[in-house]
Design a protein around this ligand. Structure first.
Ligand code: G6P
Length: 369
């Protein structure tokens, strides 16, 4: 097992560090930035289904559901197709309205999650076209889907999903861009810019991994916290949810993710000097709005840990700690902002003596209800 961990203390850390490479594996042969081409067989063969779809429904569980939320923002912005994201477990039991004009995307690392599998069987019965985004080749969901695209992240051993999440977002971003090209919903220059940016994302992820020492330093300060709040807006709202999930899964600290502006409708009541608040505040996106949220936290003495774009000065003056990440466009930022949050959870869990790779009560793949 030590050999399999490749010199890392835990599979989770190894998998966090694999992300620059596996994101490349995910787009290799599919993304041709200079030529302006995205080619994924599962999409090319079925492009009409997507273009004629009245909406796209995404079903998933856990971390994969968070990737689905990011995809909702990206697909709607780039390709202008309405998207709904559902927990597979809710979808399958609520007699959903679903027709042959729907495309259903199931996202699943393992391809074996019982609720997700049942959801696609239901969608198929109702005549929808089902597209699987799975990591495990030959898995049940990939076999049951009409078509699909693998994430090519390699085996993920740590129960807390990391590289599966970023590679799912990579695949879904490519799908959004491919559909945008077919529909003409992005300008040529934006389309090319996003392709080029996606191609260099692995370098930015590698740069974001350099925040490890800082994350460890902050982890040492907050490892005994009993609650944590994660806030983000727009593309980084799902990242806040994922950051909170990662922390509770492996460190057993209660954590909640919230859209930053919703803070005033509840979580703000929890803020005092005992409450660490992790705010995702990159320059692109709704920066000014997030800065005012930070001010609100500060005036209630909350401890602020902010994820900011390199060179940021405004938040630096307000936050207790900042973690700097490379600049990215808003739509691609989840691939970067999520990295320091993974590292922070990892270090807190290690410092609390938790079993990082196999947290209590959790399973890598939930194949029963
Ligand atoms: C379990 C795992 C999570 C994962 C979720 C969905 O809860 O512990 O890490 O996100 O299942 O799994 P899937 O394989 O469908 O992505």
């Amino acid at each position: 097992e030590q050999i399999e961990k490749g010199g890392y203390d835990h599979f989770m850390l190894k998998e966090i560090y694999e992300q620059p490479n596996v994101i490349k594996d995910t787009y290799r042969g599919r993304l041709h930035a200079n030529e302006g081409i995205i080619q994924m067989a599962g999409i090319e063969d079925n492009i009409e289904k997507f273009l004629q779809a009245e909406r796209i429904l995404i079903v998933a569980c856990g971390t994969s559901w968070h990737a689905g939320l990011v995809a909702e923002y990206i697909i709607e912005e780039f390709a202008r197709i309405p998207v709904e994201v559902e927990y597979a477990s809710e979808f399958r039991y609520r007699n959903p309205i679903i027709t042959s004009k729907d495309v259903v995307i199931a996202i699943s690392q393992s391809g074996e999650t019982a609720d997700s599998l049942a959801a696609i069987k239901l969608a198929k019965e109702k005549g929808a076209f089902v597209f699987g985004v799975c990591n495990v080749v030959g898995s049940s969901i990939s076999r049951e889907s009409h078509a699909g695209a693998y994430t090519h992240a390699g085996p993920e051993i740590g129960v807390a999903s990391t590289k599966a999440f970023t590679t799912q977002i990579t695949v879904l971003t490519m799908i959004a861009l491919r559909l945008a090209k077919a529909k003409g919903t992005l300008s040529n220059s934006d389309y090319f810019r996003y392709l080029q940016e996606l191609e260099i994302i692995p370098e930015k992820v590698a740069e974001a991994l350099l925040t490890n020492d800082k994350a460890k330093e902050i982890a040492a300060i907050y490892k005994d916290a009993t609650n944590c709040l994660y806030l983000g807006r727009g593309y980084n709202f799902p990242v806040a949810l994922e950051g909170a999930l990662k922390l509770k899964e492996i460190s057993y600290i209660h954590a909640e993710g919230y859209p930053a502006a919703e803070m005033k409708h509840g979580p703000i009541a929890l803020i005092d000097e005992q409450m660490p608040v992790i705010v995702i505040a990159p320059k692109q996106g709704h920066y000014d709005k997030v800065v005012s949220n930070i001010q609100e936290i500060k005036s209630r003495s909350g401890k602020i840990i902010a994820i900011v774009t390199k060179g940021d000065t405004q938040v630096r003056g307000l936050a207790d700690h900042i973690i700097e990440i490379p600049e990215t466009s808003d739509a691609l930022s989840p691939l970067i902002t999520t990295i320091p949050l993974q590292l922070l959870s990892y270090h807190i869990a290690v410092m609390r003596g938790c079993n990082v790779d196999q947290p209590r009560n959790l399973a890598k793949s939930v194949t029963v209800e």
